[in-house]
Write a protein that binds this ligand. Structure first.
Ligand code: BTN
Length: 261
C-alpha cells in the first residue's frame, strides 16, 4: 500500500469545486463528483465507510505509478475502509478483489478471473483494476476502476484488445449507480468477514478466482523467478511451484510484479 508520504504533494491537486451529490448506500456515505484528479486522493481526507466516485478523473492512478484511463462511462470509485494492525489486514488487496468479483458475478458477469493480486479479467482482458492506498493509520482506501460503457482504448491505443467492459458482457448495460451500490455492498460484507475471521473464511473463495494454474514470471525486486502460480496460502502468501515441483511462498511486498507467460 502507498503511504501518505509517498504521494502527499498530489493531495492538494483538487481545487475547490462544485459540491458533490451525497447519498447513503448500504452503510456507506457516497460522494459523487463530476470531474476530479483521482477519487483515491479525495478519499484520503475522509473517514471510514465514506466513498467517492466521479464521472471522469483527470489523473487516474493505476498500479506501478501508471496512469489509469478514466473516461466517461466507467465506474471510478474509492472506498475508505477501517483496517486493523494485525497481519491479516495485509491480505486486504486480495479480499477487495474478491468483493469486486462477487459483486460482478451477482450482476451476471461470467467467466471472471483474477490475476494476482487483484486484476479482474474476462477472457484475459482487463475488466477492473484495483489500487489500495494507505494515507492514514488504520484506514485504507480501496480504489476501484471498472469499465462499464467507456472505451479506454480510444484514449490509449496500447489498450486495444486489452480491456473488457460490462456493456459487452451483459445483455443490458447496468447504470453506474447500480454497479457502485453492488460493489460497496459486497465490500462492506468482505471487510466485516476479514475483521471477524481473518483471511480464513475468505481464503478458499479467493483461490477459486485464479482459474487454472498458469505459468508466470515473478519479479522479486530484480530477482526473476519462473514457475506455476498455484494461488495463495492461509497467510495470503503467493505460492509458486518451480519446474521441479518445489513450492515457494512469497509475501505480497516481496513481489514487485507478476507476469503471465
Ligand atoms: C490498476 O493499475 O490496475 C489499478 C487501477 C485503479 C483505478 C482506480 S479508478 C478509482 C481509483 N482512483 C484512482 O486514481 N485509481 C483508482
Amino acid at each position: 500500500m502507498k503511504t501518505l508520504a509517498t504521494i502527499a504533494p498530489a493531495l492538494c491537486a483538487d481545487p475547490e469545486g462544485p459540491e458533490p451529490r451525497i447519498t447513503s448506500v448500504d452503510g456507506w456515505t457516497l460522494r459523487e463528483y463530476d470531474v476530479v484528479s483521482s477519487t483515491n486522493l479525495l478519499a484520503a481526507k475522509l473517514s471510514a465507510w465514506n466513498a467517492v466516485c466521479a464521472r471522469t478523473q483527470t489523473a487516474g492512478r493505476g498500479r506501478f505509478q501508471r496512469n489509469w484511463v478514466s473516461d466517461e462511462g466507467g465506474l471510478w470509485l474509492s472506498a475508505v475502509l477501517p483496517i486493523g494492525t494485525e497481519p491479516h489486514w495485509r491480505t486486504l488487496p486480495l479480499a477487495v478483489g474478491l468483493a469486486v468479483c462477487d459483486a460482478l458475478r451477482a450482476m451476471g458477469v461470467q467467466q471472471l478471473r483474477m490475476r494476482w493480486p487483484n486484476d479482474v479479467l474476462v477472457n484475459d482482458r482487463k475488466l477492473a483494476g484495483l489500487l489500495i492506498d494507505q494515507f492514514a493509520p488504520e484506514l485504507a482506501v480501496a480504489g476501484i476502476g471498472i469499465n462499464v460503457s467507456n472505451q479506454p482504448e480510444t484514449r490509449d491505443a496500447a489498450l486495444h484488445k486489452q480491456t473488457a467492459r460490462l456493456a459487452g458482457l451483459l445483455p443490458v448495460t447496468p447504470a453506474l449507480s447500480e454497479v457502485a451500490a453492488a460493489v460497496l455492498r459486497s465490500l462492506h460484507c468482505i471487510v466485516e468477514e476479514l475483521r471477524n475471521g481473518g483471511l480464513g473464511s475468505l481464503h478458499s473463495r479467493i483461490n477459486l478466482l485464479w482459474g487454472p494454474p498458469r505459468r508466470v514470471e515473478l519479479d522479486l525486486d530484480g530477482d526473476i523467478r519462473r514457475g506455476v502460480f498455484t494461488g495463495v496460502d492461509q497467510g495470503g502468501r503467493l505460492i509458486l511451484s518451480d519446474d521441479s515441483g518445489r513450492l515457494f511462498s512469497y509475501h505480497s511486498h516481496q513481489v514487485r510484479h507478476l507476469k503471465e507467460i
